[in-house]
Design a protein around this ligand. Structure first.
Ligand code: UD2
Ligand code: MN
Length: 355
């Protein structure tokens, strides 16, 4: 009696299934083998490359200390710097209140030699990763001596705070009426071309901080760093005062569309920024008065920066115009960007008032 046809069909189908399974396993095995071969070839290549690199390092000008040699041979990528740890929340280098000096004989060369860790106006802590990167923006014209004093004190001050920072001097070209606020908008836009800074500090050239606990870091809210200064008995000039030195994150400043571009001459532009901040429901914060203290280098009102008689009128219009007067309408032409050792010097033509 022959096998019944249903059973024979059943076995035939299984035969094919088993054959199929067998071929799949063979293929998988071959693929692993091939993968391993390629990996082995890559490994050989990599170790050859490492040896070549190591030989290169040894041939080069490195000092042949035993430590260096063992490091080179135990580290397959000798060029990779070791990962840095974050700098501590509170820098161990802070002093507190500082004794400031304003020597007439001070020179830029001296300040440069005191700050050899600064390159082209920028610095980062050598042995830890800074908690914030900060661009200091200084509006400037005809105040070279003040700039020298500020660089002299600010570089070591910022280094003790273990910040990654860059100091930008935005220099208004020509004799047209000064416009502090527009220069600061330019500084923000130009600094962002160099690096994606976390925080911006808008800084008068003549204000020197007296205490390094006054941190040049940004916070959850815009920060006003000058509670008091020598000439005004170290008291807040008036409620809502937001001049001198302020710190805002990239996003906070972007949110308020920066400063107004329309304040030519002295006054009002700092109050305008306060109104912008308040319109965004942000709240100005300040460090304690004993810390937020500054010395303002004595000066008279500069020629070319006369009182802006329109400032009250302009301040009344801020809620209506802030969206169309600020970073998004800041037109200027950059005449030069120089990078001497201690700052980035942006010279700019910002135009002139409409009337
Ligand atoms: C106050 C504010 C300042 C600003 C100004 C009104 C304080 C401590 N500062 O400063 O932030 O709101 O009033 O506009 O309250 N500058 C030059 N060259 C010039 C003119 C001005 O470099 O010819 C720059 C420089 O950075 C100076 C800043 O603009 O520090 C403010 O001008 P100021 O020092 O003449 O005004 P001041 O001290 O009344
Ligand atoms: Mn001043």
């Amino acid at each position: 009696m022959g096998v019944c046809p249903a059973v024979s069909r059943y076995f035939r189908r299984w035969k094919y299934m088993i054959l199929l399974l067998l071929s799949v396993s063979v293929l998988a095995w071959l693929a692993t083998f091939a993968g391993e071969t390629v990996k082995a070839i890559q490994d050989t290549h990599r170790s050859a490359q490492t040896l070549e690199d190591n030989a290169e390092v040894l041939r080069g000008g490195m000092q042949y200390s035993w430590k260096t040699v063992t490091q080179v041979f135990s580290n397959p990528l000798p060029d990779t710097p070791p990962p840095k740890e974050s700098c501590p929340e509170k820098s161990p280098l802070l002093h507190g209140a500082l004794k400031l000096t304003f020597e007439d004989s001070l020179t830029l060369k001296e300040v440069e030699s005191e700050n050899s860790g600064v390159a082209e106006g920028q610095y980062q802590p050598p042995d830890c990763l800074a908690q914030q990167s900060v661009a200091i923006l200084i509006p400037h014209r005809n105040r070279e001596k003040h700039l020298l004093y500020l660089l002299h004190h600010l570089h070591p001050f910022l280094q003790r705070q273990q910040l990654r920072y860059g100091i930008y001097v935005i220099h208004q070209a020509g004799e047209v009426t000064f416009n502090r606020a527009k220069l600061l908008n330019v500084g923000y836009l130009e600094a962002l071309k160099d690096y994606d800074w976390d925080c911006f500090v808008f800084h008068d050239v003549d204000l020197v901080p007296e205490n390094d606990y006054n941190l040049y870091k940004c916070d959850q809210q815009p920060k006003h760093l000058v509670v008091g200064r020598n000439a005004t008995g170290y008291k807040l000039r008036y409620k809502g005062y937001f001049g001198g030195v302020t710190a805002m994150t990239k996003d906070q400043f972007h949110k308020v569309n920066g400063f107004s571009n329309t304040y030519w001459g002295w006054g009002g532009e700092d109050d305008d920024l306060r109104i912008r901040v308040e319109l965004q429901k942000m709240k100005i914060i300040r460090p304690p008065p004993l810390i937020a203290r500054y010395t303002m280098v004595f000066h008279k009102r500069d020629s070319g920066n006369e009182i802006n008689k329109d400032r009250m009128l302009l301040l009344g219009r801020t809620p209506q115009v802030w969206r169309t007067d600020g970073l998004n309408t800041c037109s200027y032409s950059t005449l030069s960007v120089e990078r001497p050792p201690l700052y980035i010097n942006v010279t700019v033509d910002i135009g002139k008032p409409l009337h």
